[in-house]
Design a protein around this ligand. Structure first.
Ligand code: MRU
Length: 368
């Protein structure tokens, strides 16, 4: 995606050919800063503190984290330790475990001397595959937007609601939920996006709004509680969100608050789509209730950062001294509230049959 006329991905190698560079997402939207990751510990820390976040980007960063680990010590012991360190960085997005397992399967059989080049090559391929998958999701999702826009009489404004950030910042490029929006906008559909602010870390207000503005897509930031009201008043034609883990039966785990939007969409007959690459499907799980849900530091809820009148970033406290706060980072939307899953292989029902129809090679391992 372009920022100030320059084309960026969210992760790339520096000119030295081995240092990994990422955009520091904790400083957006006020500062566009690039951070260098030089060790596997740097990569794990960037995932933990959400310098990088979003399911596919976490996976890509972990893959490069393994490459960094191999650069400094190619031994079996260090490989095993590094895989464990990265896997433990965040629990919910299955892309992290998926990418780490991919690296393990690829590198473990190799002799240590071959591991560095192989690790960088595999990490680069994981990134390329993610870009291709997100582009394909964008095409399929754009077809849905176009169909819904046409069938609703080609209104001058077609309102799509999204929650959290499932755009290019969450992936390597394009995004999942936002890819269809970018494609539809570029194709001339008059898309307008309702951007849920996404408390507590405000990925919508800070990141989705930043992306959409940079691409020129009309949008409005709303408080998280506003979507239901807008749906009741026919001001949302469609919702699209991303996913951190989707079960083999189509339950979807995404940023906390997604479930409430799905309920409101269901009650108001608003189509509710989830866009995800297959790396986000956990074929071993049937029920969303079995997905590990991350709980983060309560300080992310009790405090908030923003730019003050002097232009400085400041953090202030929101709740009384001594009041406890609970920061649950994700929730699960049952498959019955999902109109369709938009994947890189097309769109399917949020059911086991639907997913296996697109991924027949997974039928044996998909939880019954
Ligand atoms: O806690 P985050 O910011 O990593 O959560 C991200 C989300 O919930 C996204 O919606 C999800 O990863 C899908 S990203 C394409």
């Amino acid at each position: 995606m372009k920022i100030d006329g320059r084309w960026y991905r969210t992760i790339w190698l520096a000119d030295d050919g081995w240092t990994v560079q990422v955009i520091d997402q904790t400083r957006l939207p006020f500062e566009f800063a690039v951070v260098s990751l030089k060790t596997v510990e740097d990569a794990a820390q960037a995932i933990r503190d959400m310098t990088v976040r979003g399911a596919p980007l976490i996976g890509a960063t972990a893959a490069y984290g393994v490459a960094l680990a191999m650069k400094f010590d190619k031994s079996d012991t260090h490989l095993t330790q590094s895989l464990g360190l990265l896997k433990a960085a965040r629990p919910t997005a299955v892309n992290l475990a998926w990418a780490v397992n991919e690296m393990q399967q690829y590198l473990a059989p190799l002799s240590p001397g071959d591991r560095v080049a192989a690790a960088y090559a595999r990490a680069a391929q994981i990134c390329e595959d993610d870009v291709a998958q997100c582009q394909a999701i964008g095409e399929s999702g754009c077809d849905i937007i176009t169909r819904l826009w046409k069938s609703s009489g080609e209104p001058a404004r077609f309102n799509v609601l999204t929650h959290c950030n499932a755009g290019w910042l969450a992936c390597v490029d394009w995004g999942t939920a936002l890819a269809p929006i970018y494609k539809a906008h570029d194709a001339g559909i008059p898309v307008h996006v309702w951007v849920d602010e996404t408390r507590p870390r405000n990925q919508g207000a800070s990141l989705t709004a930043f992306e959409l503005r940079a691409h020129g897509v009309p949008h409005t930031v709303i408080a998280d509680n506003t979507g239901g009201h807008l749906m009741q008043h026919d001001r949302v034609q469609m919702a699209i969100v991303g996913s951190d883990r989707t079960t083999a039966h189509g339950d979807v785990c995404n940023k906390v608050g997604t479930y409430l939007k799905a309920l409101a969409a269901h009650d108001n007959g608003v189509p509710f789509y989830v866009a995800l690459p297959s790396t986000t499907i956990d074929w071993t799980l049937k029920n969303g209730s079995d997905i590990p849900i991350e709980e983060r530091d309560a300080r992310e809820l009790s405090h908030i950062s923003g730019r003050n009148a002097a232009g400085k970033i400041e953090t202030v406290q929101l709740i009384p001294d001594g009041s406890p706060a609970l920061n649950v980072a994700f929730d699960v939307t049952p498959a019955r509230y999902v109109t369709g899953l938009i994947t890189e292989r097309g769109v399917c029902k949020a059911t086991r049959e639907g997913l296996i129809g697109l991924y027949p090679e997974r039928a044996r391992e998909a939880a019954e």
